[in-house]
Design a protein around this ligand. Structure first.
Ligand code: COA
Length: 371
């Protein structure tokens, strides 16, 4: 049986940063309230020309560069997202085209903020089953496009961004060892975008009611998150035979610092072993864990053979956790890295991507196609 190792990682976030003080121009709020209740100080917000696909592609490019893998080596691309560019085609197919990953299958996965861990688990399973050897797993969101900017209960919480990892099959034991995927659909109404789907297609009335934006019962979601985190992590640790003390790095979904601190406390995990970056990104849903992983790796907080536990939770309701032995990425020489960078530089990807998007928009809306 093959093991699925994480051999590359990267993030892609919009340039534009919106601070808590910037939000004061939109809703009745304050930096103090947002920091105290959530731990968030600022978030990145997509600008013109940016979408879930462009952010995902940026993150993927960086992950491939770290892994020293070219797009044509990818067998499968999974994009976990709740904010795809379109209902169809999938964002994963757009990313596949933008990367020039000409041998890859591609699909989107919808499990809201738990999506990345779900996708990591799916990618691992196809490698274990022998159906693929190199899988690009991405969590990407542009939540700013589905937030009601007049609702202070929600608009202060979310941000845009993407994170990606490359999973590679190896005979060497380790990598993604085990995962737990769960759902409780009876809580679906606690965090929902009610309009725009087949249950309630977009009409002038749904737009008037802002049904195409996020509705959330914050208190109930808070209670659910704190309830599932402790018990799911313990169940996962039992599955892989680790103790809480053996965890080297805990990477939770970055929704709220109080939820994270409460989980760490009930697990008996010191905060030094908990990775947080929500102060700078807010809640980026499916992107939050892979962005955190990329930053942890960049900051040298992940060493080969470290025991890493990730846990996501969110709409569905869904929650998911994974235990990972941190991989040893292939050693890529400086010159290989430079060549890689030149071959697949982000600028050329962006321009290909924009061409593809224009082509699709031309076909969908009957405008002139460029090609
Ligand atoms: N600025 C200022 N005041 C705000 C505010 C804001 N951005 N948002 C809400 N308030 C107000 C409320 O209107 C309320 O006022 P009231 O008492 O006059 O009615 C007051 O602050 C307290 O609201 P409450 O909802 O009790 O606050 P809270 O301590 O529960 O914190 C959340 C609210 C949303 C931060 C918290 O419930 C939470 O983080 N929930 C989990 C959300 C989450 O993680 N969702 C994503 C899951 S993937």
């Amino acid at each position: 049986m093959k093991y699925a190792h994480i051999v590359g990682w990267g993030k892609g976030v919009p340039q534009r940063v919106m601070t808590n003080n910037d939000l004061r121009a939109l809703v009745d709020t304050s930096d103090e309230w947002i920091r105290e209740r959530t731990g968030i100080g600022s978030r990145h917000v997509a600008g013109e020309g940016e979408s879930t696909c462009t952010l995902a592609t940026d993150a993927a490019m960086r992950a491939l560069e770290v892994a020293g893998i070219s797009p044509s080596q990818i067998d499968l691309i999974i994009v976990a997202t709740a904010t795809p560019d379109y209902a169809f085609p999938s964002t994963a197919s757009l990313v596949q085209d933008a990367l020039g990953a000409d041998r890859a299958g591609a699909y989107d996965l919808s499990a809201a903020c738990s999506g990345f861990v779900y996708a990591l688990s799916m990618g691992t399973d196809v490698i274990r089953a022998g159906s693929a050897n190199t899988v690009l797993v991405i969590g990407a969101e542009t939540l700013s496009r589905v937030v009601n900017w007049k609702d202070r209960n929600t608009c202060v919480l979310f941000g845009d961004g993407a994170g990606a990892v490359v999973l590679s099959g190896s005979d060497q034991p380790g990598g993604v060892l085990s995962s737990i995927l769960r759902s409780d659909g009876s809580g679906g109404d606690l965090l929902i975008i009610p309009g725009g789907g087949s249950a309630q297609p977009t009409t002038a009335d749904t737009l008037e009611r802002n049904d195409h934006t996020i509705r959330m019962n914050g208190r109930e979601v808070y209670k659910f998150a704190t309830r599932v985190m402790d018990r799911t992590v313990r169940e996962l640790l039992h599955k892989v035979g680790w103790t809480v003390e053996q965890i080297d790095l805990f990477v939770p979904h970055q929704a709220n610092i109080r939820i994270i601190e409460s989980a760490a406390k009930s697990l008996g995990l010191p905060m030094e072993k908990v990775f947080t970056n929500l102060e700078h990104y807010g809640n980026t849903s499916a992107a939050s864990i892979p962005i955190a992983i990329a930053e942890a790796a960049e900051q040298g907080r992940l060493r080969p053979n470290d025991k890493v536990v990730m846990i996501g939770f969110g709409a569905g309701l869904t929650w998911a956790a994974a235990a990972v032995t941190w991989g040893q990425p292939k050693l890529v020489s400086r010159s290989q890295r430079t060549a890689q960078r030149l071959r697949y530089n982000v600028t050329s990807v962006r321009s290909r991507l924009l061409r593809s998007l224009r082509r699709i928009e031309g076909k969908v809306f009957g405008g002139r196609s460029e090609d």
